[in-house]
Each structure stands twice: as structure tokens, then as C-alpha cells.
Write a protein that binds this ligand. Structure first.
Ligand code: AMP
Length: 399
């Protein structure tokens, strides 16, 4: 059974086709700069072949989807001979609001609820909905499933997800913490539980550290707290996002810089984090510059590690101790410097980190990065959000 996984951003569309008989990816690709007639392009990669990039006008997500389907049936680069070979489509949808605690088969009612919740994710939700509607049009009859980025976090207790603002603003406007990267936190915490056994993994902190970063506290497989909030802006220091700031900064910046609140939020989302502190958003650049003695890059690195540690400390108490800490995401999986920066001083909570192994290790489904007698296990687990989406698509459409 072949599943098409779609992950739409405001001007991009990522896709994969996965053969769910053996959970192997057959191809993946990215449509970028949708809406920019001269620079929009599709970059497709069939497993075992070189990437194929073609620049062509792609004006909206429906056109993007048509491009994807046509490359999927291409004689040379394709992986199916007819679109009907796709048994189900799994859509990554940013925001569930409070409506879906689980993935769901998409029907008109689900689409209507997603439209109602679009206000909670104004950049991504319109693209997610438009891809769903395009699929409905272009692949009528193929079942579709929505997998929500917020879904895994909806088990948080109310005292953890509430902001201390007037209660009616929560009731009427649904302003609260939701959290994101849910499929990733779900996947890696699930792998950790399988690896360590449930009795040795009751209390896990998952660190998804990438361009966007978040932590989750997972108790007995369920999320009890997470660092992102109503939007992905809250929490850690990220590539271009500030993470936690005093909300009063918004008015202060707006008045001082003669900007609107929305312009200030653009600064906090797109011009802050590593980029704001050190002029580069990419973590590899930050570590390279820090290594060459650039003080701003060193500061960005320290701020990043310190903020992650502060969250680890608070989740340690929220969980009542810790059995396992998991690193994942582009930085968490690949950057020895990033992991070491986070680990500074964590011996106090029973983590004996193996700094030597951290420097030199071979990627695998699970790598143990703590010393053998460490009370808390530290694991590096490559995330696979597409597989979570494809698994849910199979589970819900073959029932
Ligand atoms: P993601 O958003 O999960 O794709 O992660 C992107 C981030 O991971 C970027 O900041 C990259 O610089 C960082 N990253 C990816 N590969 C490496 C690597 N080998 N070493 C250090 N950082 C990396």
C-alpha cells in the first residue's frame, strides 16, 4: 500500500511517497516559492537516483499538487504508473485547535472545522486547507487523513496549557498553549519507550532542536507540557524566532521603532533568534563562527543551550524526575556542539553524558549518548514525521 504524505507551508509543499508494506520511502520532494512565477520550482528525488530540479511557474497549491502527481507517474523519475496506486494521502495539518485530539479521516465537516481554526495558524492553515481541497479535486475517491502538529500535546493538563489571562479570552478566543512538532515528539518518545521498555521510560523529555525547536515532557507516553505556545514563537531560542520574551516588548518595540504589533511579531518570528543575535540563522554557521571567535555567535550558542537547560530543569520537576532525554531534529541529531552545549551542568540531575561518544558516532535508529551507569539515559533518535503521518493514514483508512 502506497501513501502520499503532504506537508504544505505558506509557499512550499513537501511530499513523500512511502511503501507501507515495508515502511520504505520511495521518493521525496519539495515545491518551493509557490506564487513566484519566475522562481517557483520542484525538486524531486527518487531513492537511488540524483535529484531532478525544474523551475516552472507554479502559482498556487493546486498547481503544485498537479506537478507532484505528474512527476510521481514520470517514466524515469516516477514511483507509480497511475495515481490510483496511491491508497491514501496523509496531510500534515498545523493546528487542531481543541477539536481533534487524534488524527482523523478528512470529510467536509473536518474541512469546515479546519477553516474555523485557520485563525490560529494564519501562515500555514490556508495552505494546508488548500492542499486538502486540491487533493479532493485532483484525486477524488482517494481517502485522506489529517495529522495535526498540535495533536500529541492535547493531553496537557489544564494548569499547564492555560495562560493566566482573563478566563473568557480562553473560552471565547481559545487563547492557550497548544504546542507544535507533535508528530516528532510522538515518534521519538515512542521509539525511546520501545527501546528502553515502558517501565524504564515513564518520564521522558524530548528535545526537537532544528530551525524551529521545542521540548516536550512525556509521562507514560502522554505529553504533559511543551515549550511552544499558541503559536510556534514561544519557548526556545531558534533560528529566526526569539522564543520567550516579556510580552511588553511588543508595545515597547512598536512605539520605539514606529511599527505595528504585526510588524513587531514579524521581527520576533523572522529576524530574531540566532539571526537576530549573530546575523546567521543556520546552526552550522553559528558553530563555525563561534569556533572562529565571533563573540555574538558564542553568545547565541550560550543563549540556546541555557534556554534548553532551563526547560529541561522545569520539566524534570513537572515529571517528578527523569528516565530519558531524547535529542532529535537537524541540530539534535547532527550537532555534537549543540548537544554538548545543552548538557553543560546536567550532572546535577543524574545525567552522565558521554562527551567522547558525542564527538564521534554513527547514525542509527537509536544511539545511546549517556555513560552505561548514567541514571538518566540520553538518546539520539532521528525523527521521521512523514512515517507517523503515513502510519496514521494507513491505520485510519484500512479499519
Ligand atoms: P531542521 O529544521 O530540523 O531541518 O534543522 C535545521 C538546522 O539543523 C539548521 O540550523 C542546520 O544548521 C542544523 N544542522 C543540520 N545538519 C547539521 C550538522 N551536520 N551539524 C550542525 N547543524 C546541523
Amino acid at each position: 500500500m502506497k501513501v502520499l504524505v503532504i506537508n504544505a507551508g505558506s509557499s512550499s509543499l513537501k511530499y513523500q511517497v512511502i511503501d507501507m508494506d515495508n515502511e520504505q520511502m520511495l521518493c521525496k520532494g519539495l515545491v518551493e516559492r509557490i506564487g513566484d512565477s519566475t522562481r517557483s520550482n520542484i525538486c524531486h528525488e527518487k531513492v537511488g537516483m540524483d535529484k531532478k530540479k525544474s523551475v516552472q511557474p507554479i502559482m498556487d497549491h493546486t498547481e503544485a499538487l498537479r506537478c507532484v502527481l505528474s512527476v510521481l507517474v514520470d517514466r524515469e523519475y516516477g514511483v507509480i504508473s497511475d495515481v490510483s496506486e496511491i491508497s491514501a494521502v496523509g496531510h500534515r495539518v498545523l493546528h487542531s485547535g481543541e477539536d481533534f485530539t487524534e488524527s482523523v479521516v478528512i470529510n467536509d465537516e473536518v474541512i469546515a472545522i479546519c477553516k474555523k481554526n485557520a485563525v490560529l495558524g494564519p501562515l500555514h492553515m490556508p495552505a494546508n486547507i488548500s492542499c486538502i481541497e486540491s487533493c479532493k479535486e485532483v484525486m477524488p475517491g482517494t481517502p485522506m487523513v489529517a495529522v495535526f502538529d498540535t495533536g500529541f500535546h492535547l493531553t496537557m493538563p489544564q494548569y499547564a496549557y492555560m495562560y493566566a489571562i482573563p478566563y473568557e479570552d480562553y473560552e471565547k478566543l481559545k487563547i492557550r498553549k497548544y504546542g507544535f512538532h507533535g508528530t516528532s515528539h510522538k515518534f521519538v518518545s515512542g521509539v525511546a519507550r520501545e527501546y528502553l521498555g515502558e517501565e524504564n521510560s515513564a518520564r521522558i523529555i524530548t528535545c526537537h532542536l532544528g530551525n524551529g525547536s521545542s521540548l516536550a515532557a512525556v509521562k507514560d507516553g502522554k505529553c504533559i507540557d511543551t515549550s511552544m505556545g499558541l503559536t510556534p514563537l514561544e519557548g526556545l531560542v531558534m533560528g529566526t524566532r526569539s522564543g520567550d520574551v516579556d510580552p511588553a516588548v511588543v508595545e515597547f518595540m512598536a512605539n520605539s521603532k514606529k511599527k505595528t504589533a504585526s510588524e513587531v511579531l514579524t521581527i520576533l518570528n523572522k529576524e530574531s533568534g540566532f539571526l537576530g543575535i549573530a546575523g546567521e540563522s543556520d546552526f552550522r554557521e553559528i558553530t563555525r563562527m563561534a569556533g572562529e571567535g565571533n563573540e555574538r555567535a558564542q553568545l547565541a550558542l550560550e543563549m540556546f543551550g541555557y534556554r534548553v537547560r532551563k526547560y529541561i530543569g522545569s520539566y524534570y520537576l513537572a515529571l517528578g524526575g527523569l528516565d530519558c532525554l531524547v535529542f532529535t531534529g537537524g541540530i539534535g541529531e547532527n550537532s555534537a556542539i549543540g548537544r554538548a552545549e545543552v548538557m553543560k551542568g546536567l550532572e546535577t540531575i543524574g545525567i552522565e553524558f558521554d562527551y567522547k561518544k558525542n564527538q564521534k558516532f554513527d547514525r542509527a535508529a537509536v544511539v545511546e549518548m549517556s555513560k552505561p551507569n548514567s541514571k538518566v539515559k540520553v538518546l539520539v533518535i532521528p525523527t521521521n514525521e512523514e512515517l507517523v503521518i503515513a502510519r496514521d493514514a494507513v491505520r485510519l483508512t484500512t479499519k
